[in-house]
Design a protein around this ligand. Structure first.
Ligand code: ADP
Ligand code: MG
Length: 302
């Protein structure tokens, strides 16, 4: 398995100097990013599209040549296997237990700008072992701190629970992205999730933001899907991403080929939707200006 050597975000900025913290993007008048934006993909319900969203959003951002780290925080390791990585030697568990550093378990993927921190079944054990450990909610945050300058985005795929692992994601994140399946009980459980986020804000992380709600598995022909969309939009307004992810069989096939949808079927509706979602997100969080990659010596002008 190929391991990855990090490069600092600063290496990619022009020699006129990397933007100082607090500098603003001249076109969009938004703060320029100097460190990764960490986004936790959370919903305690299973099967709502968390992993599909984390995997394909990360790939779509990487396709725009913005460096991304995907962190698999689910003991089921679906995000890892979606990139063809099964039973890794070292994984997130080794980091949370203090045996390894994050770069030591980070692996490369087929996409040059995307790296992955894989999970494995051991991670379920971390849940129990961490209970007696001091600062148990901030283990992931501490582990991520040293690599944040190397990425524009860190996407965390959470397990289907509001467990200690998910708490670690909420403490490590700048914001929460909630996939909602377009079905009758879509909003059920959202109040509990909101409660958990509020408690984390009160006790551990007052700056935790809402990145947005993304509607998944939409069937435009079904009245119910459209009703759910109307209800969610009237309730949450601007917090809902304009992009809606359609139900698309290609999205469910891609993981068994160990590929994100972009590399499996770029012409599919699912691929288009995740590219659009990434576009919305990147528009909200423009990166530092990039210097073009250095040409190999033989191509350089004398
Ligand atoms: N937009 C979609 N269209 C079709 N199938 C989907 C879509 N999103 C997810 N799926 C499938 O639904 C199942 C649950 O999705 P998943 O992303 O694993 O949810 P979660 O991580 O929330 O448990 C998976 O089999 C996945 O392939
Ligand atoms: Mg999942």
């Amino acid at each position: 398995m190929e391991h990855w050597t990090p490069r600092r975000t600063g290496d990619r900025t022009p020699s006129t100097g990397s933007p100082a913290q607090g500098e603003r993007d001249p076109i969009q008048d938004t703060p320029v990013q100097t460190s990764a934006r960490v986004i936790a993909v959370v919903n305690q319900k299973g099967g709502v599209g968390k992993t599909t969203t984390a995997v394909n959003l990360a790939a779509s951002i990487a396709a725009a040549e913005r460096p991304v780290l995907l962190v698999d925080l689910d003991p089921q390791a679906n995000a890892s296997s979606a990139y063809g990585i099964a039973s890794p030697e070292a994984q997130l568990y080794n980091v949370l237990s203090g045996e390894s550093t994050l770069p030591q378990v980070t692996v490369a993927t087929e996409l040059g700008h995307l790296q992955l921190v894989p999970a494995g079944p051991d991670l379920a054990g971390a849940e129990i072992e961490l209970v007696s450990v001091e600062a148990r909610e901030t283990r992931l945050r501490e582990a991520l701190a040293e690599v944040l300058p190397y990425y524009d985005f860190v996407i965390i795929d959470c397990p289907p629970s509001l467990s200690l692992l998910t708490l670690n994601a909420l403490c490590a994140a700048d914001s929460v992205l909630i996939p909602l399946q377009c079905e009758y009980y879509a909003l059920e459980g959202l109040a509990r999730l909101q409660d958990t986020v509020d408690r984390v804000r009160e006790s551990l992380h007052p700056d935790l933001q809402m990145e947005g709600i993304v509607l998944t598995m939409m069937d435009r022909r079904a009245n119910l899907s459209r009703q759910v969309e109307d209800e969610v939009r009237s309730h949450f307004g601007e917090q809902v991403f304009a992009t809606v992810i359609p139900r698309n069989v290609r999205l469910s096939e891609a993981p068994s080929h160990g590929k994100p949808i972009l590399l499996y079927d770029i012409a599919s509706k699912g691929a288009r939707a995740y590219l659009d979602l990434a576009g919305e997100l990147m528009h909200k969080h423009p990166g530092a200006p990039r210097k073009p990659p250095a040409l190999p010596p033989s191509h350089q002008a004398n």
